[in-house]
Ligand binder design. Structure first.
Ligand code: FNR
Length: 352
C-alpha cells in the first residue's frame, strides 16, 4: 500500500491503523479539541515583498542554541507504540535538532535514551521529573538523570492525581522508577473520595518541595503544567528558569482553558522575566508560529511525534519534526518574519 504523507495529521491515520485499538485510545485520550482549535482560529496577515534572504528559525534557550523552537514533549511508555520506543524518538529528535524530554515514566533506561538524544553532539536530552512521593526518592531519580547527561529538568506538576483507564502490558513499564507504580499515566487505582486528599495528594509535591528541588540542581529548571498567571509568579519566585504553559493535552482536568489562551495571560504577567513555552494542541508549523506570536519562546510537541513513531519508528518521528520546521519557515516567509524575534501579535489580525 502506498501512503502519501503530506502533513503531520496524515500520520494520525497511519498510527491508528498500526496500533491496537486500546493503545490508540490511550494515546488519543483527553479533551484536546479546544487546544487545537484555539491555535487554528488565530488569523495571520500576509506581508509580501520583503527580502527574506538570511532568515532562520534559530533561538537560544538556557545558553543552548537550537535550530528551531520545536521540542519533543515527555510521553510515557513509548514501547507501547513501537518496539524501539523512546530511543527511536530520541535519535530522531537529535537528528532534527530538537531537544528530547525524557519522561519519568519512560519504558527504556534513561542513560540509553539520553545517549541517543545527545548523539549529534548537542545537549539534546532534558529530563521530565515526576515527584516520587517524597524528597529522597525524587532526588535519587534527579541525580540519575543529571549523571546521564540531561541538560535541563522539566518538573511536571499538573498531574498529581489521574485515573488511568488503560492496563499496560506486562513488558512495558516505568523501568527507571524505584517504585514501578507510576504517578500519572499508569496508575489504575479506582477513585475514592477518602483516598484523594490523604492518599494521593499526601504524596504530591507542594510549593515548598519546589523550593527544595530548586536547591538540588544547577540545571535549568522548568515548571510544566501551569495555566494561572499567579502560579507563574510563584514559579519565578521559586527560582524556576522557565514555565511550560500546558494542560497536559487535555488529559487531566476536564474543561480547562485552551493552552493558547492561558499563554496570553501568563506571557503578559511574566513580561519577559523568564521564557514561557507552550504545549497542547500543536499540530502544524503554523501552530508553532501562532504560539510564538502570543509570547511563547518554543513549543513542545506531544501526540503528533508519537503518530510518527507508531507509523514508522525513528524515520516517522524525524519526518514529523521536519514537516513542522518546514511549515514554520513557510509561515514566517509569508508573514514577512525573517527571525523568530520578528514574530508577534502584530502578525495576527487581532491587531491591525
Ligand atoms: C503525556 N504527557 C506527559 N507529560 C509529562 O509531563 N510526563 C509524561 O509522562 C507524560 N505522558 C504522556 C503520555 C501520553 C500518551 C500523552 C498523550 C501525553 C503530556 C505531554 O507531555 C504533553 O503535555 C501533551 O501531550 C501535549 O499535548 P499534544 O501535543 O499531545 O496535543
Amino acid at each position: 500500500m502506498t501512503v502519501h504523507v503530506h502533513a503531520v495529521q496524515d500520520y494520525a491515520a497511519l498510527a491508528r491503523s498500526s496500533l491496537e485499538p486500546a493503545v490508540w485510545e490511550y494515546l488519543a485520550d483527553g479533551d484536546n479539541e479546544d487546544n487545537v482549535s484555539a491555535l487554528r482560529a488565530c488569523r495571520l496577515v500576509p506581508r509580501p515583498l520583503r527580502d527574506m534572504r538570511g532568515g532562520n528559525t534559530r533561538l537560544t534557550l538556557f545558553r543552548q542554541t537550537l535550530a528551531h523552537p520545536v521540542l519533543l514533549a515527555p510521553i510515557a511508555y513509548q514501547r507501547l507504540f513501537h518496539p524501539d520506543g523512546e530511543i527511536a524518538s530520541a535519535l530522531a529528535a537529535s537528528a532534527q535538532g530538537a531537544p528530547f524530554l525524557i519522561s519519568s515514566l519512560a519504558s527504556q533506561p534513561l542513560e540509553a535514551i539520553a545517549g541517543a538524544a545527545n548523539s549529534e553532539g548537542a545537549q539534546g536530552a532534558w529530563f521530565q521529573l515526576y515527584w516520587q512521593g517524597e524528597r529522597q526518592r525524587t532526588l535519587r531519580l534527579l541525580k540519575r538523570a543529571m549523571r546521564s547527561g540531561c541538560s535541563a529538568v522539566v518538573f511536571t506538576v499538573d498531574a498529581p492525581v489521574k485515573i488511568a483507564r488503560f492496563q499496560l502490558p506486562k513488558e512495558v513499564f516505568a523501568v527507571n522508577l524505584e517504585n514501578v507504580e507510576g504517578q500519572d499515566e499508569k496508575d489504575a487505582r479506582p477513585a475514592g473520595a477518602g483516598t484523594v486528599f490523604n492518599g494521593w495528594m499526601a504524596q504530591a509535591p507542594t510549593w515548598d518541595d519546589l523550593a527544595w528541588l530548586r536547591q538540588q540542581t544547577p540545571l535549568p529548571l522548568l515548571l510544566k503544567g501551569l495555566l494561572h498567571p499567579d502560579d507563574a509568579d510563584s514559579a519565578i519566585a521559586a527560582g524556576c528558569d522557565a514555565i511550560v504553559v500546558s494542560n497536559h493535552g487535555g488529559r487531566v482536568l476536564q474543561g480547562t482553558p485552551p493552552s493558547l489562551h492561558a499563554l496570553q495571560a501568563i506571557a503578559k504577567r511574566v513580561g519577559g522575566r523568564i521564557p514561557v513555552l507552550l504545549d497542547s494542541g500543536v499540530r502544524t508549523g503554523r501552530d508553532v508560529f501562532v504560539a510564538l506570536a502570543h509570547g511563547a519562546s518554543a513549543v513542545l510537541l506531544g501526540r503528533p511525534y508519537v503518530w510518527g513513531l507508531a507509523a514508522n519508528g525513528a524515520m516517522g518521528v524525524a519526518h514529523v519534526i521536519r514537516l513542522l520546521r518546514d511549515e514554520l519557515e513557510m509561515t514566517m516567509a509569508l508573514t514577512g518574519c525573517k527571525h523568530l524575534k520578528d514574530i508577534g501579535l502584530h502578525c495576527t489580525s487581532a491587531i491591525g
